[in-house]
Design a protein around this ligand. Sequence first.
Ligand SMILES: [Zn+2]
Ligand SMILES: [Zn+2]
Length: 349
Amino acid sequence: MNDTMCGLVKEVNGPGDLVYHTDLPVPQVGDDEVLIKIHCTALCGTDMHIMEWDEWSQKRIQAPVTLGHETAGEIVAVGKNVTERRVGQRVSCESHIPCGECYFCKNGMPHICKDVKLFGVTQNGAFAEYAKLRWDCTFLLEDDITDEAACMFEPMGAGVHGVEAAEVNGKTVLVSGCGPIGLTAISACKTFGATMVIACDLIDEKLEVAGKMGADHVFNSGKCDLVAEVKALTGGAGVDAAIDITGAEAALNTDLKCLRAAGRMVSVGLPTRPITFHDMTDDLVYREIQFTGVSGRKIWETWEDFSKVMKGPYFKLDQVIGGRFPMKDFEKALEQIRAGVPGKMILYP
Ligand SMILES: [Zn+2]
Ligand SMILES: [Zn+2]
């Protein structure tokens, strides 16, 4: 193994794209860490925000840092305290590195740890030939999960987590928003026994893919009365659960109206501005709607559930991958993303 490697570094605390290097030091594995030879890593919206230097990034990034957190690779070294991982195992990585000490970590909720550190954000990540990570943030991959599929756990796990929170077995479900996370949620709803999945979006092409990923009915909510369509399909009652991937005010209000009384509303999408509920009294309070958010992935419940979704008949990996590039050509991948090409872009070191 060489002492140096290639990688993509965020070099300045300010706006600016990543910089490709070929002479970065290979990380030295710590006592509780594993060293991973990276097979491939997907670009994330978070990486784009860090390059744009939004408010979120300003609070968390201390340049220089190697980005990349949606990844798959193989363990090539383990620290001296590591007994549960060994060289040769294929892994993906949980980007949320919990502290293990706070109330949430101690009560079975490490995914909402209050002192969480972030792989590829607050510490060097996986846009490189090698990355190191605390061993207990690595997820062992079964042989039938490909490297590219393994890169999807982190970004799309939120969709599966949303489906877990909606408890979809035997229920009718509305999934609002059909980007990669919404598509994953649709395939997870079907995998986990939803009786009917209704999907909506504003873009017809996305709805076509939603049908391929298992949606029983698709609607362009900009071109129809979605509430009326949902009521017609559910005997006038509304769906048992709604999963919102959009975080958009209009969609959230429509989702609530599509729910039956005592239905469950799960918010996955992140609003980027304050949201107004148009009729909270009738849409939510009087009808005893249960409203919950989800954050990241449950460790490791969501990962295990997502494995089942990937191996099931509904999830279609080729429908959520947008392109593949050698890491040194990452600028081409950025161009595709900035041009609005859908799907995840995957980089190979
Ligand atoms: Zn991500
Ligand atoms: Zn914690």
